[in-house]
Design a protein around this ligand. Structure first.
Ligand code: GCW
Length: 699
């Protein structure tokens, strides 16, 4: 090669590098950098006696993100201390101490987070509330994501390439692992609970191994969802009966194979006998028989089985009661490496549900909460809804199962019941979109899930504060996040908007507990009218709202479905009595007359109209707030959020108009004069309902 061509090539290399770096910085503006954009402002001297892949990550993170004193010395010490639990850590004035390498890594992220957000770095011990802090991806092997609003799967490719692993995939998985580790998430289920039996084929397991290899140094274990009928579908057996010796052997062999391939494999997640999925009941067996079969197979290797309690059948029984009815009789029958995974509410991730009565009630079984980070019923990734306040409300709900103070948090984290395993799961909102979560603010929900899984007593206010500071601190405007201007005119209004956003969504989509009335069209927008003749009743909104000429709401009192009886006293009586039932749950538990006088002296009908209006007004206020913030954020983020708020206003307007006009057909009462009158006509809204194209659908 001549000198000149050498020169030419190195010029190309430089151009390429410049190009790559500029892509990276554009990506940062796209939100790809998440809450992890802090760059070091000073040199640090990190001392660590041991070296390992995890410790090297910790050391590099400290060097690359150090915001403390120039030349400071940070000592990383692995030394057991009884006050530090599991992968917890202790921040010291000159370093981090932990029992485990992962503890050092988590301590590292906490130290860096504090440097950016509070500057307040005190000696303190931090222990995780839950042992397993897990994301559940509803990713299909064809690359699609069930209820995913941020692009295709980060794990699975389309078509013939499904099992291919590229360098680009590995880079993305590493970024993903890092983001998770930074907030304490230590497990991921890489495929949908509506599982493809091919997940258990050897070639798929080989791909899962590749994922596990990338995630391992960051402490993120890999789990998979399995189909209960796999022995018959891919194993060639005649049955998948959990008590059949061939089936037992098949699972044992499969477990052996999996652990040969992935020695630290986390375990299985199972959706059985639910929404068409196979399960032990197909063979006259119980959920305990099914769960124990899998649990026994992976027990020798230290794996766990997360068995979901999200079950309901086409019976006449109130859907809200079914999980409790099926699982309570099985309390104490599950083997000790089974954890029953219970959705936060008794129906299905609605914008507001009372807690599921299973929490605290199953006293001899490990129970883990499941929350939904992806916004299936909360406006997809189009709407700005900070979910942390919803989870905080849920975790703080008092079940009274072991007296006052038996909150869901304490009933699940081992404080009250000595669970062998403690865990919490969140259904991920992550996809291939450059910003990971579709909406920039939806990143805060991923962040909040991790922070709450680590510390189930943390407040949403604090999480929002941290997230805003970490996410916007590298704003292209170069404004210091320490300035009073930034704090008063950016941090404060943005935090307020986040803190109000879930209540706003409840106001415009399910006031007073009026649930499950969303459009059948991808669960986006209103659809209280939707009831095709042959559809199973508990999939149609009229089953849930029960509107008639007298009133509206689902009667779950003692004289109705008696779902209230599943709660412990005094909660049961509190919910049962219309006068003591918190108004936020009024129509969840009661069928209430349109003229019913609410606490503010207005009728239910008037209040409903006002509440829909309030939600709409709140979103309009969010728009005004955001419009004033242009100078504090980069152009791309500003435009992105602005555009989504416009769509959110349209959605809130549609909920307002659709619900008020639809329920008016039953109440026949005038819409209060000082209410915003609906803009659209009900017939048009209904006619367009199923035709509306989902805005997140590409192309
Ligand atoms: O919320 C419902 C969703 C389904 C989901 C199911 C579940 C994965 O609409 O898409 O299936 O719950 O949690 O199993």
């Amino acid at each position: 090669m001549s000198n000149s061509s050498h020169f030419f090539y190195s010029k190309i290399t430089i151009c390429l590098l410049v190009f790559v770096f500029s892509i990276q910085s554009i990506q940062a503006d796209n939100g790809h950098g998440l809450w992890l954009q802090n760059k070091s402002t000073a040199k640090v001297n990190v001392v660590c006696a041991k070296k390992s892949p995890t410790l090297i990550i910790a050391i590099n993170e400290l060097k690359n993100g150090w915001q403390g004193k120039e030349g400071a010395k940070v000592v990383l010490t692995i030394k057991s201390n009884n006050a530090i639990k599991g992968d917890g850590f202790k921040l010291l004035s000159n370093g981090i101490q932990a029992n485990t390498e992962l503890g050092i890594l988590y301590g590292t992220y906490e130290l860096l987070r504090r440097q950016t957000t509070t500057k307040d770095i005190k000696e303190a011990i931090s222990n995780p509330s839950y042992q397993h802090r897990i994301l559940n991806h509803w990713d299909n092997m064809d690359g699609s994501v069930e209820r995913g609003y941020a692009g295709e799967s980060i794990f699975w490719h389309k078509g013939a390439d499904a099992l291919v692993v590229t360098e680009k995939d590995k880079t993305l998985w590493q970024e993903y692992a890092r983001a998770n580790a930074s907030i304490g998430i230590n497990g991921t289920v890489v495929n949908n609970v509506n599982s493809n039996p091919n997940m258990l084929k050897t070639e798929t397991l080989q791909k899962v191994k590749e994922i596990a290899n990338v995630l391992r140094p960051y402490g993120v274990k890999v789990y998979i969802s399995v189909k209960f009928s796999s022995p018959s579908i891919i194993g060639g057996l005649k049955s998948s009966d959990p008590l059949n010796p061939d089936v037992i052997k098949w699972w044992q062999d499969k477990a052996k194979e999996i652990y040969n391939i992935i020695p630290d494999f986390g375990g299985f997640l199972v959706k059985a006998n639910s929404e068409g999925q196979a399960g032990p009941q197909d063979y006259g067996r119980t959920h305990a028989d099914g769960a124990n079969l899998l649990a026994d197979a992976i027990k020798p290797f230290g794996g766990i089985v997360m068995w979901r309690a999200f079950v309901y059948s086409t019976s006449n029984e109130d859907r809200a009661k079914q999980a409790y009815n099926e699982f309570m009789p099985l309390d104490g029958k599950f083997h000790d490496n089974v954890i029953i995974q219970v959705k936060n509410g008794p129906i299905d991730f609605q914008p507001r549900e009372p807690f599921s009565p299973l929490f605290g009630a199953m006293k001899k079984t490990s129970i883990m909460p499941e929350v939904q980070i992806t916004q299936e019923y909360l406006g997809h990734s189009i709407e700005l809804v900070y979910l942390s306040t919803m989870w905080e409300e849920f975790l703080k709900s008092d079940t009274y199962q072991e007296g006052k103070g038996s909150t869901v948090a304490r009933c699940t984290d081992g404080s009250i019941f000595s669970q062998k395993h403690t865990a919490i799961a969140g259904v991920a909102n992550i996809g291939l979109d450059a910003n990971w979560t579709g909406h920039l603010f939806a990143q805060s929900n991923w962040y909040a899930f991790g922070r709450m899984a680590w510390n189930n007593q943390i407040t949403s206010d604090r999480i929002a504060d941290e997230w805003i500071k970490l996410t916007f601190n590298q704003s292209s405007t170069g404004k210091s996040i320490l300035s009073n201007d930034w704090k008063d005119n950016f941090l404060k209004p943005v935090k307020q908007m986040m803190m109000d956003s879930r209540e706003a969504a409840v106001n415009y989509s399910m006031p007073f507990g009026l649930h499950h009335i969303m459009s059948a069209n991808e669960h986006y927008g209103p659809g209280p009218w939707w009831a095709p003749a042959r559809m199973r009743k508990d999939w149609t909104p009229p089953y849930f709202h029960q509107a008639d000429s007298v009133g509206v709401g689902f009667d779950r009192t003692k004289s109705g479905s008696n779902a209230v009886s599943q709660y412990h006293e005094p909660v049961s009586s509190l919910f049962n009595n219309v006068n003591t039932c918190p108004e936020i749950y009024l129509l969840w538990f009661h069928h209430v007359s349109w003229e019913y006088k609410m606490k503010n002296g207005r009728t239910l009908w008037d209040n409903l109209c006002y509440q829909y209006n309030t939600g709409l007004n709140q979103v309009e206020e969010f728009q005004k707030t955001w419009d004033k913030l242009q100078k504090y954020v980069d152009e791309e983020s500003y435009a992105h959020v602005k555009e989504r708020l416009e769509r959110q206003v349209k959605s809130a307007q549609l909920w307002n108009d659709g619900c008020i006009l639809y329920f008016h057909k039953f109440s026949k009462k005038p819409i209060p004069a000082d209410c915003k009158q609906p803009i659209e006509k009900l017939d048009d809204i209904i006619a367009n309902d199923l035709k509306r194209k989902m805005p997140w659908v590409r192309g």
